[in-house]
Design a protein around this ligand. Structure first.
Ligand code: DGJ
Length: 557
């Protein structure tokens, strides 16, 4: 008994001596911001309610007192509900173990004044596949905090992910940040999520070739990884063949970042994600069919082909979230498909503010996205004022109008998407009319105006048509869109069952604190050829009912 007691006391004091992140993770309080997951769908929950993150990221050097005033103005003009703002390790820990949270405090306090939520971006060991935000005491001491070495012995500006000292320093700083957040925001939840590192991976080499990394690379792939991925045991080269270098880098990076996230969550368990510099296809030369890891994108980040390794090695990361900087709609759909998994919510934390913005947003919402945010909102990347020869952006093309329309119904969109009741349609060449199947009705969506009886809709010059239909109840829908009309018709099966649909009531309005507030009933020209979404975009709640298609009563002809 005495021995047992001693052992218990020893174990307890050893436990107490451990840093918080090595102890069990802090339990989330019921209304902590969190990501809910059920039936392969996800919802961000903020203060106990579904929350659609309509955000924007400020520029890299904007989390400073001198730059924030312009940022708030830009964020307001874009109708966001959330700001994504960087936290700089070099500023936050200028000397080892001394912390300065003044920039963080500024972002959080001023966001509250502007009624915005915050996603903080931890610019730690990785920023765009390089180490540029590590403090001077890390940058200047490559003996203690080693760099990646290429196969040709070049020393890179990338931290070696296998270095225990760098990991320790990074996670200590990140844990201090999360501890501070709990203190200043634990009750208020202005900060709803944290990005761990930024576009991690290695720019300059497919993997680390330092002596320590070479030794690990020659080892067996950890059994836990091969087991989870259902692969046979062996060395990295045996298991992954030609992809071994990149997969090794992915595993090392994911393990490191998982430890950083775990340390942070132990202090304050906010949802955490990693953004991704994705692998874009190479179109330049006929046989150059694959982009090269470490050259065209940071090797070992959570790119499309590395998702399984990241999911296995970084369970503390709630979402792998692709940044998207292309105007290729087909590629965007491929990227959504790659990251829209039963174990991964769709979150687009960075994209361009251009005329594709609305189309990408609606595609993402149709894939169940929990959030969407353009990058660099505080210096507009919208093309300069058009010359008289160029058509100026219309309502449908102005990126800010998307959030203006969706923000008031964000809670409903998040909830209905979580319940699997939301569908979107986006115009593409040759698909100027699309049918979306709902429970009890089909929505026929026609893009572009004018729309004439008996003619196909004209579409829009720059493929700007898009619409969203969400099912509120049996034959009741919430609808909005841009450059589109939306009509509800009975499905082919219902028509075969002698049924047709009729509008009972169509209301234009919005939600205020979760309660629908109609402003007028739409009828006549506003409903006879479908609900029209042109000009100023309304949100419409429409209720239908079924009546017989043909009078088949006995005695009828
Ligand atoms: C992606 C990065 O994540 C951002 O921080 C920023 O550098 C943008 N690229 C710039 O386009």
């Amino acid at each position: 008994m005495k021995i047992l007691l001693c052992a218990l006391v020893a174990a307890a004091s050893a436990f107490a001596a451990l840093p918080a992140y090595a102890q069990s993770a802090a339990a989330p309080t019921p209304d902590m911001p969190r990501i809910e997951h059920a039936n392969g769908r996800f919802a961000m929950m903020v203060d106990g309610k579904p929350f659609l993150l309509l955000g924007a990221q400020i520029h890299n050097s904007s989390s400073w007192a001198s730059a924030l005033p312009a940022a708030w103005a830009a964020l307001e003009a874009f109708h966001v509900n959330t700001v994504e703002a960087p936290v700089y390790w070099e500023q936050m820990e200028p000397t080892h173990g001394t912390f300065d949270f003044s920039n963080v405090d500024l972002v959080v306090t001023q966001a509250r004044e502007h009624h915005l939520r915050v996603v903080l971006l931890w610019f730690g060991a990785w920023k765009n596949g390089q180490n540029h935000y590590v403090p001077e005491w890390v940058k200047g001491d490559i003996k203690t905090y080693p760099r990646e070495i290429t196969a040709y012995d070049k020393v890179l500006d990338v931290m070696s992910p296998g270095s225990p000292a760098t990991l320790d320093a990074d996670k200590h700083a990140f844990a201090a940040l999360m501890h501070h957040l709990r203190e200043i925001d634990g009750a208020q939840h202005t900060v709803i999520m944290v990005q761990v590192e930024n576009e991690s991976g290695s720019v300059g080499s497919v993997r680390d070739f330092s002596p320590a990394a070479q030794k690990s690379f020659a080892d067996q792939v950890p059994a836990e990884l091969t087991r989870t991925l259902h692969l046979r045991a062996g060395t990295w080269s045996q298991v992954f063949g030609a992809d071994a270098d990149e997969r090794f880098e992915a595993y090392s990076t994911a393990r490191y970042i998982n430890e950083v996230a775990r340390a942070g969550k132990a202090e304050y368990p906010l949802p955490m994600y990693c953004n991704v510099w994705i692998a874009y296809p190479v179109h330049a030369l006929e046989n150059r069919d694959r982009p090269s890891a470490g050259q065209e994108y940071p090797s070992g980040g959570p790119q499309q082909a590395n998702i399984p390794i990241w999911k296995a090695a970084a369970p503390a990361i709630d979402a792998l979230a692709p940044d998207f900087y292309s105007d290729d709609a087909a590629l965007f759909r491929d990227v959504l498909a790659a990251y829209h998994r039963d174990d991964n919510p769709v979150l687009i934390p960075e994209t361009r503010v251009d005329s594709n913005f609305g189309r990408e947003l609606f595609y993402a919402l149709g894939s169940g996205a929990i959030g969407f945010a353009p990058f660099g909102i505080d210096r507009s990347e919208i093309p300069a004022a058009p010359s008289s020869a160029v058509t100026p952006p219309t309502g449908a093309e102005d990126p800010a109008n998307n959030f203006a329309v969706l923000k008031p119904i964000g809670e409903q969109i998040a909830r209905l998407n979580f319940e699997g009741k939301l569908k979107t349609a986006v115009e593409e060449r040759g698909t100027e009319r699309q049918t979306v199947h709902l429970d009890g009705a089909d929505a026929v969506i026609s893009f572009g105006f004018p729309q004439s009886d008996g003619a196909m809709p004209p579409g829009t010059q720059r493929r700007q048509g898009r619409a969203l239909v969400a099912q509120l109840g049996p034959l009741e829908f919430l609808v909005t869109g841009f450059d589109a009309s939306v009509s509800f018709v009975a499905s082919a099966e219902d028509k075969a069952r002698n049924e047709q649909l009729e509008i009972l009531r169509a209301e234009e309005g919005s939600y205020v604190n979760g309660v629908w507030r109609p402003i007028r009933i739409l009828n006549g020209d506003e409903t006879d050829r479908g609900l029209n979404f042109s000009g100023v975009q309304p949100v419409v709640r429409i209720r239908l009912h079924k009546i017989p298609l043909l009078n088949l009563a006995p005695g009828s002809p």
